[in-house]
Design a protein around this ligand. Structure first.
Ligand SMILES: [Zn+2]
Length: 519
């Protein structure tokens, strides 16, 4: 337990326990620091000293061989009033330094030596000292306490007790469990109080001479060492406090922005709802318009396809293979032609075609029917409808082997009375053409997946022999020229010397004349 340090080139400081022959130097030092009182030597080293005192319990610092600072350890026994149990107790007494050697940390060094000695001995339950400067000693590990605290030290139950925050006298009034302390120390309320406490502490340091008696050199020493650190800490805490305030302000700003944005989102939501309602209405209107457009398209198509109101219409049927497949699969068994008119104020009519046959002809023949439709001038026309109807399926190869068939209406049938609904029941030729004729590839009637069927209403009762002639006339010729040609041919046929022409016509056409009615 001896230590030395060089102070300057020539001086040394040596620390070691006060030996028996040095005890007088110790007594002299105490006299010079604390003044005299009788029997001091006897009290510490003589008959009044503790029976447990051992040489070395007094520690000293020698400056160039002169004892200048001293600390004493006294050995006491504390006895509990409750259960009579004993506690081995080391008491620090008589801490002092000659005035001219203070502020050098000598007594602090001796106190550390005393602590080491007490701890290494292992025989003390507690160490106490009686002082008016508890703050100073708390730096070295002592703290203010009561005997009850000492007596409950071994079975410490502080963890389950509510304890006051150490800064309670600076306004941090929280009562906490032991385990809650670490979290509390980092709380903003505690840091704020800590900042205040340090401010007060620093002010005290600057303004109040609180050093007194024998601790003064030690405290001055210590505080002059830690003062810069405390100032730095205080500054740091001040900065932290400012940061905290700044963060709080930022947080408030962000919060108000969030509230503002939530309002905006609400507005956008409402406007989206309105827009979607408008879109729904627009969609409905669009659908209505679409239907109207379809109707208009149909009307225009009907108008354009009935440019000639002469009771004759050539129906171009495209996508024949698809329509045949639809009919076979029952997806759509029949199709209607656009309407044809007998004149601009005449009968309204159309054709109905069963690509895969109808009734008994199903799967074997094309069925072709004539339909009377309700027209705008029906009320001033002649009823029932009694004119012969001629159908023709065109040969597209140029060899004029057209399929021609006709029928005369049964005027008792409802099909030929004035229409009371949009359409009368179709009537015509169920076995117009065996399917086997149009099924082979390269047959003359279906080319480029299209076929042409013509309907002629014969208002003039053409001679039968003239029908093939009329159908063979080039459709590219103007109507007036074709009419003239047909008229001339009719007259020629009606005269007795015209048989050769009839023969020519029948040779190149398939001519059937019968009447069938679809019901
Ligand atoms: Zn606190």
């Amino acid at each position: 337990m001896t230590a030395s340090a060089t102070i300057n080139d020539t001086s040394t400081i040596i620390y070691h326990p006060v030996r028996k022959h040095e005890q007088q130097q110790a007594i002299d030092l105490w006299y010079s620091i604390f003044g005299t009182f009788p029997g001091m030597d006897d009290r510490y080293f003589g008959s009044l000293a503790s029976p447990r005192y051992q040489e070395g319990d007094t520690l000293g610092a020698w400056f160039d061989g002169k004892l200048v600072s001293i600390v004493n350890i006294a050995h006491l026994i504390l006895r509990s009033r409750d259960d009579d149990s004993e506690y081995q107790c080391a008491t620090i007494t008589c801490v002092g330094t000659l005035e001219e050697y203070r502020k050098r940390g000598y007594s602090r060094h001796l106190l550390r030596m005393a602590i080491d000695k007490m701890e290494q001995s292992g025989k003390f339950d507690v160490s106490i000292l009686n002082t008016r400067g508890p703050k100073h000693y708390s730096i070295l590990g002592w703290k203010q306490t009561t005997f009850e605290d000492v007596s409950t030290k071994r079975e410490c139950t502080t963890k389950s007790k509510q304890i006051a925050c150490p800064l309670s006298k600076y306004g941090c009034t929280s009562e906490l469990l032991y385990d809650e302390l670490p979290e509390h120390y980092s709380s903003s309320i505690h840091l704020e109080k800590l900042f205040k406490a340090i401010e007060i502490f620093v002010q005290e340091l600057h303004s109040k001479p609180f050093y007194d008696n024998f601790q003064c050199d030690l405290e001055k020493d210590y505080y002059s060492e830690i003062l810069p650190s405390i100032n730095i800490l205080a500054e740091g805490i001040s900065c932290l406090h400012d940061d905290n305030v700044q963060i709080h302000n930022n947080f408030v700003q962000v919060l108000s922005k969030i509230v503002e944005q939530q309002k905006q989102i609400e507005k956008v939501k409402n406007s989206i709802e309105e827009t979607s309602q408008m879109l729904y209405v627009a969609d409905m209107n669009n659908k209505i318009l679409q239907t109207q457009v379809e109707t208009l398209k149909q009307t225009i198509s009907d108008c354009s396809s009935t440019s000639s109101n002469d009771g004759s219409y050539v129906w171009k049927i495209s996508n024949v293979s698809e329509k045949l497949a639809d009919a076979i699969a029952d997806r759509q068994t029949s199709i209607y032609s656009p309407p044809l008119y007998s004149s601009s104020t005449g009968y309204k009519m159309c054709m109905r075609l069963y690509m895969n046959g109808d009734g008994q002809a199903r799967g074997t023949h094309l069925s072709l029917f004539f339909v009377l439709m309700r027209g705008d001038y029906d009320s001033i026309l002649t009823w029932p409808f009694s004119y012969k109807v001629i159908f023709c399926l065109y040969d597209q190869t140029g060899s004029q082997r057209h399929i021609i068939d006709s029928f005369r209406p049964d005027i008792k049938s409802n099909s030929f009375q004035r229409p009371r609904s949009a359409m009368n029941i179709a009537s015509g030729i169920p076995k117009f053409l065996p399917l086997s004729i149009i099924q082979p590839a390269n047959n003359p009637y279906v080319r480029d997946d299209c076929m042409f069927i013509r309907c002629i209403v014969d208002f003039e009762s053409m001679p039968k022999m003239c029908i093939p002639y009329a159908l063979n006339l080039n459709l590219g010729l103007p109507m007036s020229i074709r009419e003239k040609a047909i008229q001339a041919e009719s007259e020629k046929l009606r005269s007795p010397s015209s048989l050769s022409t009839v023969t020519r016509c029948t040779e190149s056409s398939t001519k059937i004349d019968h009447l069938t009615v679809k019901t």
